[in-house]
Structure formats: structure tokens, C-alpha cells
Design a protein around this ligand. Structure first.
Ligand code: GLC
Length: 741
């Protein structure tokens, strides 16, 4: 047995914990050590005999997917009282965007750009889960992605590394609190390490071919920040990265995570991703897969049992050293000590807050409200004035579906707790306004148009038509990618039927991804994007439609015009032939017999141009904001210095509103090409009508760092442009220079 040297200087508490770990390791047999490295599927509210036996034998370190408090306490009792060494269990669960109180899907939470609120939501999720005995969540998912075809974009924080980092760190803080041993804290898990969001064609589990420079500058950034924020665990991705599956990728799990980042938390594989390396064709069989994973640095195997079946032989034969195993088991034990499980392995329900409490639901409504993004609002058709309404229609398959509005990755939320748009509108205006509700189509996918005649009639009779359209929750999430991201089924035809009535048309969309809306927009006077808004989605949307709240959400991901534009994102490279509005004519505007060089020789699509339908960071309010007077405190600064970039923000409209002010920077020349813009900071600002505020961002040269051609983290002197505005196409621009010294 080896005493595991802790990373340099440790506190007394950490030294004492290390002594306890070393003491335990000294008592453990090899089979018990390997047992700690195994996580088994439980669940169903009872203790399966084979699980009980394995726990008793010290062959299980963790179970996942059991959520019944008494069953979890029974599992812990077997581990603590009936096994030889009494090592408690890690109890894992996917608490992705809520436990019983369901918050908007993470992509929707990212649209709030409100890290404090996202942290508060994670805190509530942790408290509710901990109250049921769960002590480890497999969240935050911080896979940057630029492909809305990918079903798991719903769980992601969107396309931008900085926003993804901010959301990931907020969730880690929320889940883990100030100390993991505190009541209500649970261990978080940064996943899926790494580049899972780069799956080719947006097809889940597909190959991710990402050059190291882009891997470091884009996909790894949120994971590095989560590690620095103290996330307790990492989870490896299903995908291969440039030919090497993440669960067997020693460059990623050892060179980068351990050696470069000095990360000392525990790494768990994704579900059977260890043995899937043989399916990838990276290993021949489970034994080789176990060897690849354990030598790369996967401390715990989820669901599959290749560690349990093969590691003992590898240690006895000397192909895997006992020291290596001890280091891995040490990390698992360290987490259990940090969680306080040795002192308090059992959960007392009364120590925890009630599920779905008024405060929890209030926070869920607030986050859902701030997650909604107003994409269109012609003639200020929104907010509706209830006093001037006699009747409205409420049409669509998602207007009154408490299950679908919760979204993907909802294991423990229940539809009966959801408040739908229909319920919320009835509560708010049902006494004075006639609400004519019709689904119009049976489901979002249904091809039936049987109800359309009735829909047309109602649409013609009411003052305003409100539609709630989109995707059912299963149409995003794991393994649920789409090649066509239009509104599914006959929903566009339903909208056409309603629009034909000539009354104002308000469209609310619930979806787990950006949808292609080019044909929707002309048919609607207003479009509110609600993602899948969770338990309190209905009251949030109703308040926004009626002006009891004002929309402030901003897109965390670009919306393509057509699926053929994907990947499309704001932080593109300039290319040698950057597109401009002047040079990129639409092919329908080109005269017949056009010569080969008839159009600008630039990087664009003849039939879609080069701009998204809506850019990253975009979102309207019920008021208007104007940006003027951008300045920098210095025209040039030296490496290691900072400058202030400031601008005035004015509320030029009639309503009070919140704006997410964004700072973007461009490094004009680099040793590798640099994006045409990069988000560097953002801040929420509340302004009354007519109010003007000057906002300043302090930018340190360290924030301009990137991985250069030699993969060195560096800041290169040179010229920079900067913009402050309300989205990634902000036009208010300034510049500054960074000099060597
Ligand atoms: C799934 C997911 C992962 C999840 C795990 C446990 O396949 O990829 O995100 O945490 O298995 O449910």
C-alpha cells in the first residue's frame, strides 16, 4: 500500500483526511479497492439482492438512480453496518435542471445570463435532492455546442465558452455550496469531458474531430474553469476525440486534467462508455477497455463491470500497479470524506426543506421569466392589455401540457406540479376575458388537420390569437438529434390557418433547441422563445404576455435561417474572403446567364447568405435600449495591465426594462487566426424609461489570453477592436492596443 502524497501545502484538515484515507487504504483488500471503483445501477425503491450482496462484500463504491429515501438509507446501512470496513456509498442521480421543482432546461437558463439566479436554482435542486438521500449529481453539463441538430444542446449552456463557463461555475457553486459536508450540498460533476458537443452532423455519440488548438480555446475552457471552481468530479464523454475515445484518452485525462490543470477530483465514466471503447473499435474486449480506462485515469466505472471483472488480475500480473489503484481509490474516498458520509451516512428527511416549496417555485418562475427571449414584437403587440381584451384564443399542443413543458432530462419532476400557460392565463384573466382554448393538433408531430376548421372559426372570432407551439420534450436530449429543425408536424400549417384570420398573432415556442423559424416569422406579430421552461413556465409566460414582467432573455446560441448553415456561430474566423452584405447577393437576385464570378467571391451560401436569423446575445425587450459614447480609459496598455471600456446605455422606450449589456473583443492578428468577436464580459442593467447609465467593463490583458500555435497559453501584443451592445452584432465600436511593455 502506498501513502498518497497530497498536492503541495495542505491544511491540517486535509492532512488529517489524508491520514484517514491512507489508514483505510492500508486495511482494504484489493477486491475492496476495486469495489470502490464500481458504480452500479439501482432504483425502483427496493434493495436488489445482488446489490445488497455486492455492497456487503465491499464490491460497490456507488449506486445511481435510486431516489427513495428509505431505500437509500437501507443501502447505506448495508454499506456502513454490514460490510467489513463500513465505507458509505456515493448516491448519484441526474439532477440536471431541478429535482422536484423543475427549472428551465440549461440552455434556457443560459438565456437568462443571470449567474446568481442559476446558482440559486442549482442550490434548490441540490437541497431537494439531498433531502431524498442523493449526494452526487451528474451536472453541470458544460459541453459547448454550435449545432442545434444535436439533441443535447438542450442540456448545454450554448455556443460560447465564456457564457458556458459562467453558467457551469454558477451551477457548481449552487450544487456544492460552501462545503460538501453541509446539509443540502451535493457533489457536482463537470460533464462530458470533452468535446461531446462537436459530434459530427449533430448526431449524438458521433465522432468529434477537433484540432487541439480549437479544443483548448473553445471546448476545454468551461471544464478548466469548473475545475478551478472546485467541482468535485468529472465525467468522461461517450465520444471519441480525433480517434481516441474520451474514456481511454490519457492525453485528456492525465496530461491535461491531472498534470496541466493539477485537478485532484474524481473522474467517473459515462454510462458503459468504458466497455463501449470496444464498440468504437479502440479496444478488443472488456479487459482491454478496462486497462485503457484505468491507465488513462477513469477512477470509477459507471454501470458496466469491466473494472470488477478484470482489474484484480491486472494488478496481480503487474500490468497495473497497486500504487495507481490506491491513487484512484484515494480520490473516491476523499470525496466521501469531504461529503461527511463517514460521520453522517444517513439522511433525515426533516433536516431538509420541503419539496416544491413556495420559495422554490418562486425562484423557478423568476428564472423561467428571465430565460424567455423575445424574438419579434411588431407594433408593440406585446404586452397585451387585459383591460382591452374581450376574448383570446389559446391554440397549440403545448399550451396546456405540464409534462412537455418540463423538457428533457427530468427524472423526478412530475407533470401534476407544472403550471401550464392555459392554467396561468385562466388564473390571471379568465374572469374577464373569454379564453378559447384548442390544441389544434393532437401532438407537435401529428399530421391530423381535423380541428383546423374549428381553429379558423375561433381565430376569426377572438381579439387576439395566442399559439404555444414547438417540440415535445423527447425531441431533444440524449440520443434525440434532428436533421430538420423546423416546427414538427402540422404546426406551421396550424399557424397559417390562424394567421389567415387577420387578427394579431402571438407565438410562444417551447423547444429544446433553436428551431428554423424563417417561415414562422412572417405569420406572427410577436414570437416569444420559452425553451422548455419547467414547472413554472406557465406563470412566467403569462406574466410576460400580459406585461406583469418584461422579457430580458438573450440568446445563448445563434439561430440558423436554414439547417444547411450549421455550424453557425458568432465567434467565427474571418477567413481570407469574409462575407459582407454588399458582396453576398441571394441567388434569386442574380440575373440569368450569370458568369461564374457574378457574385462576390466570399464565404457565404447562395441561398441563405451568411448571417443567422438571430445572432448570439440577441433578445428584445418591451422597451428600447440605445448605446452611445463608447470610450477606452487608455489607447494602449502594456501586458499585465488593464483598461476600462465604457459606454452609455439609454432606455429610449416607454417601459422599464432589463438589458444584458455585452462586451465583445477582437484580436486582429494572432499566431493562430482569432475569432471576429469574443464575448469578454456581460452585466444585467435595469433602466427606467428615459434613464441613462454609463457602464464600464475593466478588461485585463490576461482576459485576452488564448492557446497559440504551440499550445501555449499566451497574450500576444497587438491591436484590438471592442464593442459594447445588446448582442453579438453590436455596432458601437472602439479600439485599443496592447504593447509588449
Ligand atoms: C447518460 C448520460 C449522462 C448521464 C449518465 C447517467 O447516458 O450521457 O449525461 O449523467 O448516463 O444517467
Amino acid at each position: 500500500m502506498t501513502n498518497i502524497a497530497m498536492p503541495s501545502p495542505v491544511s491540517t484538515e486535509e492532512a488529517q483526511r489524508q491520514d484517514r484515507i491512507n489508514g483505510l487504504l492500508a486495511q482494504m483488500g484489493l477486491d475492496e479497492k476495486i469495489g470502490q471503483m464500481s458504480q452500479l445501477q439501482a432504483g425502483g425503491g427496493y434493495v436488489p439482492e445482488h446489490i445488497a450482496d455486492a455492497i456487503r462484500a465491499g464490491r460497490v463504491g456507488s449506486v445511481l438512480n435510486e431516489v427513495d429515501l428509505d431505500t437509500i438509507n437501507a443501502l447505506q446501512h448495508i454499506a456502513v453496518e454490514e460490510s467489513r470496513l463500513g465505507i458509505p456509498l456515493l448516491i448519484g442521480r441526474d439532477v440536471i435542471h431541478g429535482f422536484k421543482t423543475i427549472f428551465p432546461i440549461p440552455l434556457g437558463q443560459a438565456a437568462s445570463w443571470n449567474t446568481e439566479l442559476v446558482e440559486a436554482a442549482a442550490r434548490i435542486s441540490a437541497a431537494e435532492a439531498a433531502g431524498c438521500g442523493i449526494n452526487w449529481t451528474f451536472a453541470p453539463m458544460i459541453d459547448v455546442t454550435r449545432d442545434p441538430r444535436w439533441g443535447r444542446i438542450a442540456e448545454s449552456p450554448g455556443e460560447d465558452p465564456l457564457l458556458a463557463s459562467a453558467m457551469g461555475v454558477a451551477m457548481v457553486r449552487g450544487f456544492q455550496g460552501d462545503a460538501l459536508c453541509e446539509v443540502g450540498a451535493i457533489a457536482a460533476c463537470a460533464k462530458h469531458f470533452a468535446a461531446y458537443g462537436a459530434a459530427e452532423s449533430g448526431r449524438d455519440y458521433n465522432t468529434a474531430n477537433v484540432p487541439e488548438n480549437e479544443l483548448r480555446n473553445v471546448y476545454l475552457r468551461p471544464f478548466k474553469d469548473a475545475a478551478e471552481a472546485g467541482v468535485a468530479t468529472f465525467m468522461t464523454a461517450f465520444c471519441e476525440i480525433d480517434g481516441v475515445p474520451a474514456s481511454g484518452n490519457s492525453w485528456l485525462l492525465d496530461d491535461v486534467l491531472r498534470q496541466e490543470w493539477r485537478y485532484n477530483g474524481m473522474v467517473v465514466s459515462d454510462w458503459e462508455s468504458v466497455v463501449e471503447m470496444s464498440v468504437h473499435g479502440f479496444t478488443h474486449d472488456d479487459s482491454e477497455a478496462a486497462y485503457a480506462a484505468v491507465t488513462a485515469g477513469v477512477d470509477m466505472e459507471m454501470a458496466s463491470t469491466s473494472y470488477r471483472d478484470h482489474l484484480e488480475h491486472m494488478v496481480h500480473s503487474g500490468t497495473v500497479s497497486l500504487e495507481h489503484i490506491d491513487r484512484m481509490v484515494g480520490r473516491i474516498l476523499a470525496l466521501k470524506f469531504e461529503l461527511g458520509l463517514f460521520e453522517n451516512p444517513y439522511t433525515q428527511r426533516e433536516e431538509h426543506p420541503e419539496l416544491l416549496s413556495r420559495q422554490h417555485l418562486k425562484t423557478a418562475k423568476e428564472l423561467a421569466t428571465q430565460s424567455c427571449v423575445l424574438l419579434k414584437n411588431d407594433e408593440h403587440v406585446l404586452p397585451l392589455s387585459a383591460s382591452r381584451l374581450e376574448s383570446v384564443s389559446l391554440i397549440g399542443p403545448l399550451a396546456d401540457d405540464g409534462y412537455e413543458q418540463m423538457g428533457t432530462w427530468v427524472f423526478d419532476g412530475e407533470a401534476q406540479h407544472s403550471v401550464t400557460v392555459a392554467t396561468a392565463l385562466r388564473e390571471l384573466i379568465g374572469r374577464t376575458v373569454d379564453i378559447r382554448q384548442l390544441a389544434g393538433v393532437e401532438t407537435t408531430r401529428a399530421d391530423s388537420v381535423d380541428e383546423f376548421a374549428q381553429v379558423r372559426q375561433v381565430a376569426a372570432e377572438v381579439d387576439v390569437n395566442i399559439l404555444v407551439l414547438g417540440e415535445e420534450s423527447f425531441m431533444s436530449g440524449e440520443a434525440h438529434s434532428r436533421a430538420n429543425i423546423d416546427l414538427p408536424g402540422q404546426q406551421l400549417e396550424l399557424l397559417e390557418a390562424v394567421a389567415a384570420a387577420g387578427k394579431p398573432v402571438i407565438v410562444v415556442i417551447m423547444a429544446g433547441r433553436p428551431l428554423t423559424l424563417e417561415r414562422v416569422l412572417p405569420l406572427a406579430d410577436a414570437v416569444l422563445y420559452a425553451w422548455h421552461p419547467g414547472t413554472m413556465g406557465g406563470p412566467a409566460i403569462a406574466d410576460l404576455l400580459l406585461g406583469l414582467a418584461a422579457p430580458s432573455g438573450k440568446l445563448p446560441v445563434s439561430f440558423p435561417r436554414v439547417v444547411g448553415q450549421i455550424p453557425i456561430y458568432y465567434a467565427q474566423k474571418n477567413t481570407g474572403r469574409p462575407p459582407t452584405d454588399g458582396t453576398c447577393l441571394h441567388m434569386n437576385d442574380v440575373p440569368a446567364q450569370a458568369p461564374q464570378t457574378s457574385l462576390g467571391m466570399a464565404s457565404f451560401h447562395l441561398d441563405a447568405g451568411f448571417r443567422p436569423l438571430f445572432p448570439f446575445g440577441f433578445g428584445l425587450s418591451y422597451t428600447q435600449f440605445q448605446y452611445v459614447k463608447i470610450t477606452t480609459s487608455h489607447h494602449h496598455i502594456a501586458l499585465g495591465e488593464a483598461l476600462d471600456i465604457s459606454a452609455d446605455v439609454l432606455n429610449t422606450g416607454m417601459h422599464e426594462g432589463e438589458e444584458v449589456v455585452q462586451l465583445y473583443v477582437r484580436d486582429l492578428v494572432g499566431s493562430v487566426t482569432r475569432p471576429v468577436r469574443e464575448l469578454k464580459a456581460f452585466r444585467r442593467l435595469r433602466l427606467r424609461p428615459g434613464e441613462r447609465q454609463r457602464i464600464s467593463f475593466r478588461l485585463h490583458t490576461d482576459e485576452l489570453a488564448f492557446y497559440d500555435r504551440h499550445m501555449q497559453w499566451t497574450v500576444e501584443p497587438g491591436h484590438f477592436h471592442a464593442w459594447i451592445g445588446g448582442d453579438s452584432e453590436a455596432s458601437l465600436q472602439t479600439e485599443f492596443e496592447v504593447r509588449a511593455a
